[in-house]
Write a protein that binds this ligand. Structure first.
Ligand code: GCV
Length: 850
């Protein structure tokens, strides 16, 4: 209690942080109790192996202790005659301090212990190999950073699986597909960038959570990745990775022998093609001896593949795997193979079936260094999907789960969405193969079916922005990915807590506030985007960001939910639908086939039901849809309120950055809520029994205001603007929209809904009568150039005293192609706010104070 009181009394103000340090901030420990305890730590460190990876461990320990405890550890070559940190692999510890040996340690494992010998205490970090020493050191530093008692140091950990990789979808021109934090840290202008120092910093972050591999380029790969110049550049990145035990790998395009090599074919069984690939593999290993291997996306979304020559994925994968094998390299072949020209009119067509239909017949036909890389769900990183049945469909083939750290369908670093609970649901899901417990985690760890390899791949897509991922809270997903890959048994709460303490503060108020936001955020996002397993109802043809509901229907992409006036949902049953459910092992298939045992959360993924079908929770599908979207948006608003508690308790820069993002998120959650609810209402014809949907008494539509210069336009899709219309200022220097307030006098929050295109920085000024009460520039980087669900944004002016008869006027000044577009203003009465209500709620009293 004492330490809590002391810490709360020391606010952190004025101090700015960019987020570049991530969770490796090594913030100075201020808690007197911890400091007193840590006095007992030794003054020196001895490293028994001076190869590059353990050297990084030693330097990291010195750096961390210096930063957290304000002390410089002395570096010794041999065991000193005093207390010391001792770092080494098993055989070295055996030689120097045999009493400290921890028993058999597997590669990459570590053991931490305090050993008393020769009258001294030694804090021993023993690794199963060099990486183990590094991972153990980072673990020790995390324990120090979260103020655990190191005198009790006793920990022994092994990674769950050998493959713990991130994929980066970086293009060689320096852009990043589905990246939301600036340009590539690896490439620029068709080559590896000159300055690759940031890649070493990235590898350090990755290693600190046990990630041991990074695939540096987009799975939609450029054949130029295999050119001699590029291989030279990749070797420079590998040099940055190596001290952190991170192996470099690349994605390859299967048509490279043709497009880069000039051959007439890329048939994987053609001898010339094989010889060409061999020359490239030789060139890679000549310059990068620890090269990790290849990732292959083929026959998918327009990528070339073996099907062009009547060959199978196994033919292509094995051809490459055989070349990589002598070097210890592996071949990850993605199961994300599907036909994106499906026939909407074919009620049996189903994209979800594709991975199982294609890969299950190939089980047992892959080389033992091939790993099939499988997205957690059968569609594409949606806000909720069932786990892919192919996890249970490959008994004799190694598998890795692919998780998306970058928030493509989950808010694109504009929304806070902590994805660990989503991933945990997939990893913990029991597929009951062979009528025994086979969780997805146990399958990808290689344990369930005794696979040689296996593991975890996270699509990370960090960029050059100082804070790596755009949204400061998004870094919790990268941290959590590494921690889960290391140990999928960790709970979401434990991961959130650890990350928050290391990233922000050990202050309990900070920890509980941030953890609270993180742990509720996925559920909130699911609530206001797509509930009941319908999918993220975004525009799937373009940005994958804001609402764009119907874009998923009536085309070949197969992300269908088949809504009509009667009902909604994909019938994937064996009895009457696409038969997809039959791909699961019998126990799971039985549960999904029957409506009686179907979980509500996935209902619309598996069944087509009437809008008034009653869920297990007692609500109808339509009413639940309305309720979930309203509840989700309310939760998002609450995050903003909760975050404000941290003012003064964390550094100003990150406080303000997150606050701005949470304010934006709460506004965009309303855009989502309204779009989905209005669409569902017009589709079902069933009103909201709580009267909210389509009734907005507090809104004044821009198209109904007195317009000077502004013109009224239709917005498509219609549900992405209130009343399906907005106003634009075109061909004018500036325009005005004006209205007279007819409500009761009182305090109000004034929300202005406008559209903020990717380019153009329009400005808006709001006047109450003649008084300027707010102005801002629409300079957010949202992924569209028109009025729609991607660009709709809200500016809220808090605490405005309105009198009946006041004039509210908005002046919009366009910039570039952005015509200062407006949707509506929301005039929300402040019911109770003690700070404003001191005295009376009369605006007359309030206005005289201004
Ligand atoms: C790299 C989704 C994304 C694509 C991505 C693809 C994949 O469809 O929208 O950008 O391409 O998945 O995982 O290959």
């Amino acid at each position: 209690m004492l330490c809590i009181a002391v810490m709360l009394a020391v606010p952190v103000t004025g101090h700015a942080e960019t987020g570049a340090a991530g969770w490796l901030r090594y913030a100075a420990i201020r808690n007197p109790e911890t400091l007193r305890r840590d006095q007992a730590l030794p003054a020196g460190v001895v490293l028994l192996d001076r190869s590059p990876v353990p050297l990084s461990a030693e330097q990291e320990l010195v750096r961390g202790v210096r930063s957290m405890l304000d002390r410089t550890l002395r570096i010794d070559d041999t065991l000193p005659e005093e207390d010391a940190f001792v770092l080494g692999t098993a055989s070295e510890i055996e030689g120097a301090l045999p009493q400290a040996r921890a028993g058999t340690l597997q590669p990459e494992s570590f053991s931490l212990s305090v050993v008393h010998a020769h009258g001294h205490a030694y804090w021993v970090i023993e690794g199963g190999d060099a990486r183990g020493v590094l991972y153990g050191t980072f673990r020790l530093l995390a324990k120090m950073g979260t103020e655990q008692d190191l005198a009790m140091l006793h920990d022994s950990e092994s990674p769950s699986a050998p493959i713990r990789w991130v994929n980066q979808w970086d293009n060689i021109d320096g852009s990043i597909e589905r990246g939301y934090a600036g340009r590539s840290i690896f490439f620029d202008n068709g080559a590896v960038r000159e300055d690759v120092s940031r890649t070493g910093e990235y590898a350090r972050l990755l290693a600190s959570v046990g990630i041991d591999g990074c695939t540096v380029n987009n799975v939609n790969a450029s054949p130029k990745m295999l050119s001699p110049e590029m291989i030279g550049g990749l070797a420079r990145i590998a040099d940055e990775f190596r001290p952190w035990g991170v192996r470099l790998s690349i994605s390859v395009a299967l048509n490279s022998p043709q497009t880069l090599g000039g051959l007439s074919t890329f048939d994987p069984l053609n001898p010339q093609v094989i010889a060409w690939w061999q020359s490239r593999v030789d060139a890679l290993y000549a310059q990068i001896p620890d090269f990790g291997g290849f990732v292959v996306k083929a026959d998918s979304e327009g990528q070339p593949g073996p099907s062009q020559y009547g060959r199978t994925p196994a033919d292509a994968a094995n051809m490459l795997a055989r070349m990589l094998k002598p070097h210890g390299g592996i071949l990850l072949y993605r199961a994300f193979v599907y036909n994106h020209h499906l026939d909407w009119n074919d009620m049996k067509a189903d994209r979800a079936r594709a991975a199982y239909d294609i890969f299950h017949p190939l089980d047992g036909k892959f080389e033992d260094n091939v790993v099939v890389q499988i997205k957690y769900g059968p569609i594409d990183f949606q806000v909720r999907e069932p786990v892919s049945p192919i996890f249970a469909g490959l008994r004799k083939t190694s598998e890795a789960i692919e998780l998306q750290v970058t928030q493509e369908y989950t808010g694109q670093a504009h929304h806070a969405v902590f994805l660990i609970p989503l991933w945990k649901e997939s990893l913990d899901f029991d597929l009951h193969a062979d009528n025994r417990s086979t969780t997805v985690a146990s399958i990808v760890e290689g344990k369930a079916f005794h696979h040689a390899l296996g593991g975890f791949v996270g699509v990370a897509n960090v960029g050059l922005d100082a804070n790596w991922m755009g949204h400061p809270l998004s870094m919790a997903n990268l941290y959590g990915f590494g921690r889960l890959a290391w140990n999928p048994e960790l709970t979401s709460a434990a991961i959130a807590e650890e990350w928050t303490r290391l990233t922000f503060s050990n202050n309990p108020e900070v920890a509980s506030t941030v953890d609270g936001i993180l742990l509720h955020s996925w559920h909130a996002y699911e609530g206001y985007t797509g509930s009941l397993g319908i999918g993220t109802l975004t525009d799937i043809l373009h940005a994958h960001y804001g609402p764009g509901i119907e874009s998923a229907e009536r085309n070949g992409w197969g992300q269908w939910f088949r809504a009509d006036h009667q009902g909604v949902g994909m019938d994937r049953t064996v009895a009457t639908g696409t038969g997809y459910i039959g791909q699961y092992p019998p126990e799971v298939a039985k549960r999904y086939e029957s409506l009686a045992t179907m979980p509500d959360s996935l209902l619309l993924f598996f069944h087509h039901v009437p809008w008034n079908y009653r869920l297990h929770n007692g609500q109808t599908v339509i009413q639940y849809t309305y309720n979930a979207h309203y509840a989700g948006a309310e939760e998002a608003a609450q995050f903003m309120t909760d975050w404000k508690r941290l003012d003064g308790l964390i550094d100003d820069e990150r406080y303000q950055k997150v606050l701005d993002l949470l304010i934006y998120q709460s506004g965009h959650a309303v855009v989502w809520r309204d779009a989905v609810c209005n669409w569902a209402k017009s589709m079902s014809g069933i009103p909201d029994d709580r009267g909210r949907v389509g009734h907005y008494p507090d809104r004044i539509e821009a198209e109904n205001m007195k317009l000077t210069g502004y013109t009224v336009v239709d917005v498509t899709p219609p549900e992405t603007a209130s009343g399906a219309k907005g106003v634009v200022c075109e061909g004018q220097a500036s325009c005005m929209a004006e209205t007279v307030f007819h409500g009761a006098s009182g305090w109000y929050d004034l929300g202005v809904e406008y559209f903020d295109y990717r380019s153009g920085d329009s400005t808006f000024r709001v006047f109450l009568n003649q008084q300027l009460i707010g102005e801002w520039t629409a300079d957010n980087t949202l992924p569209a150039e028109r009025m729609n669900g991607d660009t709709s944004s809200r500016k809220t002016l808090d605490g405005i005293p309105l009198r009946t008869g006041d004039t509210i006027r908005i002046e919009g000044t366009p910039d570039g192609n952005e015509p200062a577009p407006l949707d509506y203003i929301a005039v929300d009465r402040i019911v109770s706010r003690t700070d404003k209500a001191a005295g009376s709620n009369s605006p007359d009293a309030a206005q005289t104070k201004h």
